[in-house]
Write a protein that binds this ligand. Sequence first.
Ligand code: ADP
Ligand code: MG
Length: 386
Amino acid sequence: MTHGTRHDTGIRAGTAFAARHDRSPAGVWFAPGRVNLIGEHTDYNDGFVLPFALPQRAVLAAGPAAGRRSTVRSTQEAEPVTFSAATVVPGEVPGWAGYVAGTCWAFREAGYPVPELDLELDSDVPVGAGLSSSAAVESAVGVALAGLAGVEVGPTELARIARRAENEFVGAPTGGMDQMAAMHGRAGRLVFLDTRDDTVELVPFDLPAHDLELLVIDSRAPHAHAGGEYGQRRRDCEEAAAALGVPALRDALLDDVERLADDRVRRRARHVVTENDRVREVVRLLGVGTDPREIGPLLDASHTSMRDDFEITVPHIDVAVEAARAAGAYGARMTGGGFGGCVIALCGARDVAAVTEAVEAAYAGRGWTAPVAFPGTPSAGAARLG
Ligand code: ADP
Ligand code: MG
């Protein structure tokens, strides 16, 4: 099994629309999935993250509705869903179409007009693998709505609209990284995001020039208790910030964190504070043109911190990280919220096959479902396709 990118997704969403409605769509838009290079669980602590947009993307063909209500279809879902884009409010559209209807609602809430639409969605972002297929859908809807309304809405405002759909319509209490990466991504660039004020700096990440590849390995581990654990981590961080008397852990000093009385809360806070430092150090190194191999130890340290202090890794993840390193990766870490999802491994271009095979062998030896590896190539952010 592979997660190969389907470069024909735009064509398929567009032709699917044309075939079904007997007319061309008004336009076709896309938004990518993302992977986070470093900066985990920092985004709800006013901290720093460093994701990039993937070549895998959600593609949306859209046109004015033939009827009085909006209809959305997805290649990945059996049934269409109908709703009123002009009046929909939270609670009215459950399930996958909530990401679409929710973005219509949030776009209206921001003061822009939303007409009734026929929508055709297709995506090659793996769902539920921690690569943010949900933000890809919302962000594709966001750029499409702006294009259809003929209004200029900047990428940061669109990302906030998309995030609002996820938080307040779907009801998933996520931070703002995913939508910002989907909107601001650029080929060959990382998106350095300060989540306190949503400022973005694009950082060069030219792996081919250094004979490197960033391998993304989908562990395909069964997700266990991710939602409840996520909420618990957020509460631990809030408790730590309150005990330290700072607005957010972004403002905490490591020396003060080390004096926290509660062992669990201290370790959670230590992860966040040291992770923020690691993000800034990676940005500094890459910004001055250092060989990207030099960030390997920071990726490794991030993983150790997630495993021992934040306690969000699982055996499938730790095994993949260890196997990748043993097979020659310069650094490897879990990426994403934890309890499953993906690992990234910084590899020499010549070592990619050996690293992939080592992780596959480690999984096979344990009788686990085979992992899926693909190159993480920093790619373009949301835009119109045609
Ligand atoms: P992740 O964002 O990590 O992939 P989430 O649970 O946040 O995982 O979002 C996955 C959900 O997003 C899916 O269960 C589905 O409801 C929705 N979704 C993502 N891609 C599509 C798609 N192509 N068509 C329909 N729904 C989608
Ligand atoms: Mg998601």
